[in-house]
Design a protein. Structure first.
Length: 276
């Protein structure tokens, strides 16, 4: 028996023995429509009386003739019904057993998943890209940001990220060296300025003073911490270093920043300034 969905016109092949006399509800596998189906009334068959012919002679048997056109028409109808049944059997599979195929359930669940989560996934991806870009820009431009907004230095320090240049754009100016005597002892006094000629704040590294002979051997060496831990652009800091038991005779003075030394904090710089 063929039934069709009243909503989407999907056609299903249903065995007649599965439809009781008082009817049965069916659910469309395509659109989910539920409708009530009653069994079809069986058409009355036109019974053609057949009188068997019993013949014993070939002449009598020849009188019984079969129409080949009727046989071919019935065979074609049977073939069409069989093809239709085979085609619809795939669509009606699991319809009457109350179970859907695994592929159908998976495809339906996959469509519902993407319909529900696609906007959420897209929004999360956009937010993630914005977050990563913000982190990268904040890290790559940390020196400029701290120079423009000094309050951000504490934020970067909590993250363990250096946000100030160390010794960058710092130069020595007005350097002088002389022999002096103090309390009966000979000293070499080196003094001058450390100047920031850049456009960003820089951490002041300790000054390394080396007194060398002309042959390259070292006579004396000292590391000096300044009273400031950093220098703003276009600012300068004074320094003075004393090398005991030394003389400038036939010697040269070399000044450099000790990059391996740890810059002193603001508190240590203040204590050092008070002692000076």
């Amino acid at each position: 028996m063929l039934i069709s969905c009243p909503k989407c016109n999907a056609v299903y092949q249903v065995p007649e023995n599965q439809i009781p006399a008082d009817g049965k509800k069916f659910k469309c596998a395509e659109c989910g429509e539920i409708w009530f189906v009653r069994p079809q009334a069986k058409p009355k068959e036109n019974v053609v009386p057949f009188t068997p012919v019993v013949s014993k002679t070939p002449e009598q048997q020849a009188k019984v003739q079969i129409n080949p056109q009727i046989i071919s028409t019935e065979a074609a109808k049977n073939d069409d019904l069989e093809k239709m049944f085979n085609r619809l059997s795939k669509d009606t599979k699991g319809l009457f057993s109350g179970k859907e195929s695994t592929d159908t359930r998976f495809e339906r669940a996959k469509r519902k998943f993407f319909m529900f989560f696609s906007p959420f996934i897209i929004n999360c991806s956009i937010l993630l890209v914005i977050f990563v870009c913000t982190i990268y820009i904040g890290y790559a431009n940390r020196f400029e940001l701290v120079s423009a907004i000094p309050q951000l230095e504490n934020f970067y320090n909590k993250l363990g990220v250096n946000s100030l240049y160390k010794g960058k754009n710092l130069v020595f100016q007005n350097v002088s060296a002389r022999n002096i005597e103090r309390n009966g002892k000979a000293y070499v006094e080196i003094s001058g300025n450390v100047y920031n000629d850049g456009d960003m704040t820089s951490i002041v590294l300790p000054i390394k003073v080396t007194l060398k002979h002309l042959d390259g051997s070292i006579e004396a060496e000292a590391v000096k911490n300044l009273t400031l831990d950093r220098l703003e652009p276009n600012f300068r800091a004074l320094f003075r270093v004393l090398l005991p038991d030394s003389s400038l005779d036939e010697k040269k003075v070399i000044l450099s920043f000790d990059e391996n030394a740890q810059p002193q904090s603001k508190e240590k710089a203040k204590k050092f300034s008070d002692k000076e």
